[in-house]
Ligand binder design. Structure first.
Ligand SMILES: NC(=O)c1ccc[n+]([C@@H]2O[C@H](COP(=O)([O-])OP(=O)(O)OC[C@H]3O[C@@H](n4cnc5c(N)ncnc54)[C@H](O)[C@@H]3O)[C@@H](O)[C@H]2O)c1
Length: 306
């Protein structure tokens, strides 16, 4: 069956979602959340990373995310118990061959994502949909060296995946319409609301957010105010649910710097010049919640999750 036929089938058959397998590349902050979300919607999911330890940590984080959703009464305990056994783990891309939907959530590095999709093109079934969860890299650039760039699309989830209702869809310049339609059907089957962006660095959401958090970092760097006061100003002055430093700790400071560099490379506009303080924190490995310390210090979670 062609990719178009397969995806058309997926859209027309409401039971089809439970039959598709999702393969998630990269079991970090986003990969673990995407795996939890897909399992909750009934998809069997394989969560993959480069080592067993990393894949297991991703599974522990997916479990924690589902537990947290039960505590918040957003998900029933029975739904969580049904979802968890749907997730298994893998090391390396070999098992991508049994998936119909592949979502890449590896670090924000163009070279790495290009290599991964080149390997996925060999490892995965030719009918499977290839998606990147990149938050800033143009999809067309990621797919530049693929034999069939038409099957690649951007599906940008938000963090924490189970709590955030939005998905940004990004068709690359060569993405086929049926692939975009399949990505839309997949995101809708997860209960997400969709916005579509043209394929430009940072799309809509990341471009807006990058400036907001970078400006906060520059204000801290210049001694305009403390991080606590800047966070309070954004929250109480603008009704933001989190301050910019709380948010950047959640996103990961390394990811935030990588995103600013993509915007800088794409536009050559000083609006996107990463504050040196952010780079210093990356060098110091203070990456935010994922390393236990960023702008704030976080208690270590129990059970090996980060
Ligand atoms: N953190 C956020 O808030 C956020 C939000 C939306 C989108 N994104 C995007 O999602 C992607 C992942 O970000 P993240 O925050 O989850 O990063 P992360 O650093 O938490 O996780 C990345 C994972 O990928 C793994 N990895 C590295 N090389 C790999 C390879 N060759 N094969 C398989 N796995 C590999 C790492 O071991 C790690 O577990 C990035 O493109 C990022 O821009 C991040």
């Amino acid at each position: 069956m062609s990719a178009g036929g397969l995806l058309a089938g997926m859209m027309s058959d409401p039971r089809a979602s439970v039959l598709k397998r999702v393969f998630v590349v990269g079991a970090g902050i986003m990969g673990s959340g995407i795996a939890a979300q897909c399992a909750l919607a009934g998809y069997p999911v394989t969560l993959e990373d480069v080592t067993e330890e990393l894949a297991r940590r991703g599974l522990a984080n997916a479990t924690r995310a589902l537990d947290h959703a039960v505590e918040r009464k957003k998900v029933g305990a029975g739904e969580r118990d049904a979802a968890l056994p749907r997730i298994d783990i893998a090391i390396g891309l070999r098992r991508a061959d049994s998936a119909q939907i592949i979502v890449e959530a590896a670090p924000e590095d163009l070279g790495l994502k290009r290599r991964l999709f080149a390997e996925l093109e060999e490892a995965a079934a030719p009918t499977s949909l290839l998606a990147s969860n990149t938050s800033s890299l143009p999809i067309t650039a990621i797919g530049e060296e693929l034999k069939d760039p038409g099957r690649l699309v951007g599906i940008h989830f938000f963090n924490p995946v189970l709590q955030m209702p939005l998905v940004e869809l990004i068709p690359g310049h060569r993405t086929r319409p049926e692939i975009l339609a399949g990505a839309r059907a997949f995101a809708e089957s997860l209960g997400k609301t969709i916005v579509t962006s043209r394929d430009t660095p940072g799309f809509v959401t990341t471009r807006a957010l990058a400036v907001l958090v970078n400006e906060a970092a520059w204000m801290l760097y210049e001694g305009v105010a403390t991080k606590e006061d800047i966070d309070a100003a954004y929250k109480l002055g603008f009704h933001h649910p989190m301050g910019p430093f709380e948010l950047i700790d959640l996103v990961g400071i390394d990811t935030a710097v990588a995103i600013l560099d993509v915007l800088w490379d794409g536009f050559r506009d000083s609006r996107y010049r990463a504050c040196p303080l952010l780079r210093t924190m990356v060098s110091a490995k203070k990456l935010g919640r994922k390393t236990g310390e960023g702008f704030y210090v976080y208690p270590k979670p129990a059970g090996g999750a980060r």
